[in-house]
Design a protein around this ligand. Structure first.
Ligand code: KG4
Ligand code: ZN
Length: 346
């Protein structure tokens, strides 16, 4: 369990389409400013890297200023800076890393280049206190779906399994597109599913009980596409709410089953869910029920902290600072493929 520190940490996030600046003191959230370029990508049905990079450039300094104003502190009072070093879009990461280096050099403060995935897990501590060790983390975002064994957030994470093809969020985005719902697909599918019957269509649950901690969502996405095509070919209307609910049920069923199995297999009784898909209402409900039945304590941050933000980066930076971990060398590089096991960019 990491003991919360007392330093004031600024966190900067720019790995995808959200420009985030957050401020924490220990595990206390002081400010969380997020500017999203999602509207600029919507008509392309996915994030356009160059558009995201340019939007980060424009939004970065205003986001930091907004966070400082929210917290009622000045830059000089900041004790350390943390920034997402990877994984993510190379050009987008570069904007945040360069901004953070400029702030750190100008202020003479330590700089931590941190792992975005570990930061997703860390943020839960702002709401539920220090993460007990060991814990299993189900990390489900637009780019990743993994089960992790977390012994120490500041340096000891092991991957138990991950998706062998699409990430869960990617499946949401692709299914939304073929249902004519907007990008990103998670929120509109979540909303449509509330009006639908989750038992209407039995979509496949790939790798459901295969004894691994790996996932596969590409077959599910294809099954939805084939089902919709067959309806259309027969001249029938597509029942969007039922398809959304049935698809969502398949995703939540597999994610929660595998997460509980991973806890039981590793003898761990704490599960934390994080990443954008962690905002999903059905995933949260089903996880709560299954964890309770299995005697597992579940922690899920509120939806606004599941999706990308600067506070999560600040939280991990705060833990590194409190643990006395030396900061990254100023020459560290953004790494679009930073593995989840590398919490700190060297
Ligand atoms: O963690 P995140 O904000 O960015 C990445 O690191 O990828 O996750 C974004 C993903 C998107 O694929 C989005 O569709 C999904 O999270 N998402 C959701 C919900 N809100 C966001 N998926 C399901 N249900 C939601 N309510
Ligand atoms: Zn993320």
């Amino acid at each position: 369990m990491s003991r919360p520190g007392s330093g004031l940490v600024l966190g900067i996030e720019s790995s995808c389409d959200e420009t985030g600046a957050g401020l924490v003191r220990g595990h206390e959230l002081l400010a969380d400013a997020v500017a999203s370029s999602v509207a600029e990508h919507a008509r392309f049905g996915g994030v356009v890297p160059e558009v995201a990079s340019r939007a980060h450039l424009e939004a970065m300094v205003p986001a930091v200023d907004r966070a400082l104003a929210m917290a009622g502190v000045t830059l000089r009072q900041v004790d350390a800076i943390a920034v997402t070093a990877g994984p993510g879009l190379a050009g987008a990461l570069l904007v945040g890393v360069c901004a953070a280096k400029a702030y750190a050099l100008a202020l003479g403060k330590p700089l931590y280049g941190v792992n975005h995935l570990a930061a997703h897990v860390a943020v839960d501590q702002l709401e539920h206190g220090p993460l007990p060790a060991p814990a299993v983390a189900l990390l489900v975002s637009g780019g990743h779906s993994s089960l992790l064994l977390v012994r120490d957030l500041t340096g000891d994470l092991t991957q138990l399994g991950s998706t062998i093809d699409d990430a869960a969020g990617e499946a949401y985005d692709k299914v939304a597109r073929l249902l004519g719902l907007p990008f990103p697909g998670g929120p509109p599918i979540d909303a449509a599913a509330r009006e639908g019957n989750a038992q209407a269509i039995r979509f496949p649950r790939s790798k459901y009980a295969d004894g691994t901690a790996d996932f596969s969502f590409s077959g599910l996405k294809t099954a939805v596409a084939r089902w919709v095509e067959a309806r259309e070919a027969a001249g029938l209307a597509v029942p969007v709410a039922d398809v959304a609910a049935s698809f969502q049920e398949a995703v939540a069923d597999v994610l929660t089953r595998k997460a509980v199995d991973a806890c039981l297999a590793s003898g761990v009784d704490h599960l934390v869910i994080s990443g954008g898909v962690g905002a999903n209402s059905r995933l949260r409900d089903l996880a709560a029920r299954r964890c309770e039945a299995a005697g597992i304590r579940l922690r899920v941050p509120r939806p606004g902290l599941c999706t990308d933000n600067g506070a999560m980066v600040a939280t991990l930076g705060s833990d590194l600072l409190a643990a006395g971990v030396p900061p990254s060398p100023i020459g560290f590089a953004a790494d679009s493929g930073l593995p989840v096991t590398e919490v700190l960019a060297a």
